[in-house]
Design a protein around this ligand. Sequence first.
Ligand SMILES: NC(=O)c1ccc[n+]([C@@H]2O[C@H](COP(=O)([O-])OP(=O)(O)OC[C@H]3O[C@@H](n4cnc5c(N)ncnc54)[C@H](O)[C@@H]3O)[C@@H](O)[C@H]2O)c1
Length: 431
Amino acid sequence: MKSLTRNLSKKKAIIGVIGLGYVGLPRCIQFLKSNFKVYGFENDSNKIFLLKKKKSYLSNLSNKTLKKFSKNFIVTKNYNLISKVDVIIICLPTPIKKSFAPDLSIVKKSFNKIKKHLRENQAISFESTTYPGTTEELLLPYLKKKFNVGKNFYLIYSPERDDPGLKLNNKKIPKLVSGYSNKCLLVGKKIYGSVIDKPIEVSSIKVAEMAKLYENIFRSINISLANETKIILKKLNIDMSEVINAAKSKPFGFMPFFPGPGYGGHCIPVDPFYFIWLAKKYGLKSKFIELSGKINNSIPEWICKQIKIELNKKLKKSFDCKVLILGVAYKKNINDDRESPAYRLIEILTKKFKCKVSFYDPYIKKVNNLRLKNFNNKSIQLSKNRIKSFDYGILVTDHDHLDYDKIRKNIKLLFDTRNLKYLNGNNIIKL
Ligand SMILES: NC(=O)c1ccc[n+]([C@@H]2O[C@H](COP(=O)([O-])OP(=O)(O)OC[C@H]3O[C@@H](n4cnc5c(N)ncnc54)[C@H](O)[C@@H]3O)[C@@H](O)[C@H]2O)c1
């Protein structure tokens, strides 16, 4: 342990990061900024190609930053190099299956490749979000066969908490750290203490795994509460944003969550289902959490229904028209469109209502994961004439860099699912 912690203190330890996506690539940069040498393991050839050309594919990471740290950054597909690194940080996707059960196949496959190259005095830190028990079920049995874990090998779990859209300094975000044993925990604190101001120690890996799930379940439930309340308040003719603003003046016991077009991303629509699945395994039903998923997933349908009602009132015209979707990213100022509610909206509009749908998103030039008819999968140019050519628009993502003035002046009708304060006029309908 001493040689590993000494090398971490002297920044001589080599850090390996598996999976260079939204979590893994910023993690590499964090260690590079602290003068560590980093090996990034990635299996997407296009990502490797771009990184070797010092081109970023993340909206919150500039080419300039990549270039600045490229000297100490080796990007590879070659798992043989695992034996060269001292710390292995796993940042792989943990999606759900169609049945809503956890899909850990990517982590399992990757660990099968990693394990052949492990050696004494290394540490593995698992950062992917998952249900309590995963780290010890998936990684520990093999490690125990090959090593004396806690004595000559170290197992850590430390969930990720970054918020890509907010541009928070990830050094300042307190990070949970847990270990299989006290020594593993000490190594974990040493690793993350080199790049983070406040590593927060918890007593077991299961607690850290569950804390991360709980954070995201909390968000899912509160988002669904905001969405459901908004729907009711619309009928009662009470302004939801004014209600939230009034309630948030309470300096304790309240935290504002905002309604919107549904929810998206790799975390909130996915992670609660890990817990629901685990509860079921133990013969228990988490009704409350399941309901929040149902409510959030039903919002795109509700939006389409409202649009239909408004169009019937306003235009006295059938629903099959040309529609502009503004923003397909699941949240503002990022290029992440995973599980975006925009796609559910597009699906309903094209399939059910036979609309012709185009989109504009300053962060996403082309949509690849849709094979829908009547959908233009390349982002349009947002010219005045192009905006004018649509029957109506739907604001899905409230990116800061949208030209709201141009949109407002030229769009015939706009449905605003984000309730933006500065977007007002006779042609704007708040949903
Ligand atoms: N995105 C977020 O904001 C966020 C926040 C907190 C936690 N998380 C969690 O972090 C984990 C990673 O999420 P992400 O958003 O970074 O996912 P991602 O899909 O952006 O990144 C994962 C990367 O791993 C690569 N990959 C897949 N299989 C591989 C293999 N066998 N070897 C090497 N690379 C491989 C993929 O090509 C991809 O680049 C998930 O468990 C997620 O729930 C994500």
